[in-house]
Every structure is written in structure tokens, then in C-alpha cells.
Design a protein around this ligand. Structure first.
Ligand SMILES: [Zn+2]
Length: 379
């Protein structure tokens, strides 16, 4: 059986770690192109200045326009060429990071996430948008980032909602890994260099990736609540450090190397419901996790464990929590149909997928979550 595992070449995490950015720039040369929103740059300007001075490196501003579009990527690649920069830095949340991956094309890339809201920083893929912000395409690169540098002081000072959303994304990892393993489905890590094609998903998950997915879930249960409290109070504690690692590293390696299944497909389907648009990826993933557990009829203890965890840190457990007050069967069918298109990861579940069954699971998950929340509130 062919198996594959992919990861960044280096992951480093610590308090005030951004002060060492210059050291990593030096491993590639003298200068770096910085791709980031201006407000993110403003947040860390003092650290950028300090590391430039300490290591004698040049950080070239790119005036990123905020959209990960083909046109902006081409413009930034031109800036990198003109300025003869030796590496690319993607600093911030989702779009700056994705754009930097597209600009670097799998080489000499340093990712500096300033929030721990998703598992994107470690991956070798990005999402391209049109200039108007509509979905365009997925892009895959020959390698994951060279360095993922995480400053826990910065993350502890970002709004807690980001950290909690990151835990929602991480919550899905084990359940999707388990489904992928049971069905012997393929994982993204097995994609050959370059862009995704329909025929090319040729490798299964490794023991390594599956083990990380298990630890990802265990660490959430063990440290999630304490990490949330630490972030509420802008302090770095061992629990917060464990959750930052879980959200970024464990969840990131997990989704690429141990597989996606129904949860992320249902998440994608939920975009059919207007109300969900103002919620973060990880928040919608948290509710979709309950949907997959209902769809596969997971043990009741497991379902309750997930519900208890989500409620303890304020993750959504029902549709009302993600902006949808009520749902008809027809609307649930619309979500399910989107989730069940042939390209979706839902077909990695270990049984044949029927659209009606997915719609039913969404409706039941919503009611179970809402009911559990009500009982929990009264307890
Ligand atoms: Zn995700």
C-alpha cells in the first residue's frame, strides 16, 4: 500500500519568537518579501524592527492588497524579482498566508501566523480567489512551508474567538482521520507536485499521521478550557502553548496527512446557508463534527464528550449558534447536495453516501446539539 506524509521543514513556537525571524531569513540570504495586511504589520512593527537590527536583514514591504488572487500573486512575484529577495514571509491570518504560499511556490517560505484560528499555516495548499473575493481554485505546491514560526505572546494577545475557532477546526481531525483510515481513502499528502487533478490522490495515511490526530483530540480535551481562559487574560500558560501547537501543528499535519471526510464537506455545504457566512471556518467545522458523528452513528459517549467539550469553550453545537435559526428539510438537502458533489471529501466515509442521509444527519445533529445545550444550561 502506498502511504504519504507531508510537513513543514521546521516548526518553531515560543514566547516572543518573532524576535528570531531575522535568524530564519538569514538561513536563506539577506532579505525577505513581507506579505501581510497593514494592521497586522502595525501590531508587530516593534518586533520586526528589532529582529532586522539584531540579524542585519532587510524586510521588503509588499503592500499586499488583501486578496489571494492570481493578479495579486503575479504582482508580488514581480516585486520579489525586482527587489532580489531571498525568501518570502507570510504573516497574519488566512489570506496573507495563502498568498505567500502562492508567491513562494513551495520554496524559501516562512509562515508567521498571528492567530491560531485554522490549520492552514503548515499545509502545502492554498485557496485562490477572484479579485472580487469569489472562490477561484485550490493550489498545491511541491513542498510545505520551509519554516512555520509561531509567537505565542502574539497569539495570547489576539481575540480568544480565533483560538476557540482553531480548536473547532482541530476537533474534526481525529474523526476525519478515523473515517479515512477505515475506508482506506486517499490523503492530500499523496498528491504529486503541482496542481490537483481528479485522478491523482494516490496515497493512504500513515501511522504517524493517525497518531498525531489522536493526540490532537486528547490535547484538546485535556487543555482546551484552560487555554481559553489563558487567552481571555492574554497570558501564555503551558495549556495555551499546548493548544497553539494542537491548532496549528497537530491539526495541520492531521488534515493533510491523515485525511478529510464528512466534516469538511458538510462545512463546505453549509456555505449554502446565508446565515453562516459571518462565522469562522472552525466554528462551522465544530458543528459539522457533530453532523458526522450523527451520520456515522458514533457511540453516545463520544458524541456527549464532543458536545461537553464544545460547550465548555463556547464552540457552536447547533445551527442557531452559526447564524441559522431554523432549517427546512429542503434547505438541509441543499447543504447536503453541495457536501456530496463527487470532488468532496465526504466520499472518504467508510460507507456509501446518500444525500438524504446527510440531510437527515444535519437536521438531527442540530436538534441534538440544541437540546443538549438547553439541558446543560439548566444543569
Ligand atoms: Zn479545516
Amino acid at each position: 500500500m502506498r502511504k504519504a506524509f507531508i510537513s513543514p521543514a521546521k516548526y518553531v513556537q515560543g514566547e516572543d519568537e518573532l524576535l528570531n525571524l531575522g535568524y530564519y531569513i538569514k538561513t536563506f540570504g539577506e532579505s525577505a518579501l513581507l506579505i501581510a495586511h497593514q494592521d497586522d504589520i502595525d501590531r508587530v512593527q516593534a518586533q520586526l524592527d528589532a529582529t532586522k537590527e539584531k540579524f542585519g536583514v532587510k524586510i521588503v514591504a509588499s503592500h499586499f492588497n488583501g486578496e489571494c488572487s492570481r493578479k495579486e500573486v503575479a504582482r508580488l512575484q514581480e516585486v520579489a524579482k525586482e527587489q532580489h529577495t531571498d525568501c518570502v514571509i507570510g504573516l497574519g491570518g488566512g489570506k496573507a498566508i495563502d498568498t505567500s504560499k502562492c508567491v513562494a511556490e513551495g520554496e524559501n517560505l516562512i509562515i508567521v501566523p498571528t492567530i491560531a484560528a485554522t490549520d492552514a499555516p503548515t499545509s502545502h495548499s492554498a485557496v485562490l480567489y477572484t479579485e472580487d473575493g469569489e472562490f477561484d481554485d485550490y493550489a498545491y505546491f511541491k513542498q510545505s512551508p520551509s519554516v512555520v514560526l509561531v509567537d505565542t505572546t502574539i497569539i495570547a494577545n489576539a481575540p480568544t474567538r480565533f483560538l476557540v475557532a482553531g480548536m473547532g477546526d482541530a476537533l474534526s481531525t481525529l474523526f476525519e482521520a478515523r473515517a479515512t483510515a477505515r475506508s482506506f481513502s486517499n490523503v492530500n499528502a499523496g498528491l504529486p507536485n503541482g496542481y490537483l487533478t481528479k485522478e491523482t490522490k494516490p496515497a493512504k495515511n500513515t501511522i504517524a499521521a493517525y497518531t498525531l490526530a489522536k493526540v490532537c483530540y486528547e490535547t484538546l480535551l485535556e487543555n482546551g478550557y484552560q487555554a481559553k481562559i489563558a487567552c481571555d487574560n492574554n497570558v501564555v500558560t503551558p495549556a495555551l502553548e499546548n493548544i497553539v501547537e494542537t491548532n496549528i501543528l497537530l491539526s495541520g499535519l492531521g488534515f493533510e496527512s491523515s485525511g478529510l471526510a464528512a466534516i469538511h464537506a458538510i462545512h463546505d455545504g453549509l456555505t449554502a446557508l446565508e446565515g453562516t457566512h459571518h462565522y469562522f471556518h472552525g466554528e462551522k467545522v465544530a458543528f459539522s463534527t457533530i453532523c458526522q458523528l450523527v451520520l456515522e452513528n458514533a457511540p453516545k459517549e463520544e458524541l456527549h464528550e464532543v458536545l461537553d467539550f464544545s460547550l465548555s469553550i463556547g464552540l457552536p453545537v447547533c445551527l442557531a449558534d452559526i447564524g441559522v435559526e431554523s432549517i427546512s428539510f429542503e434547505e438541509a438537502m441543499e447543504v447536503a447536495e453541495k457536501a456530496c458533489i463527487p470532488e468532496e471529501s465526504i466520499h472518504s466515509m467508510p460507507f456509501p453516501i446518500e444525500v438524504e442521509a446527510v440531510a437527515s444527519a444535519i437536521i438531527a445533529a442540530d436538534k441534538i446539539g440544541a437540546d443538549y445545550k438547553k439541558k446543560h444550561a439548566n444543569a
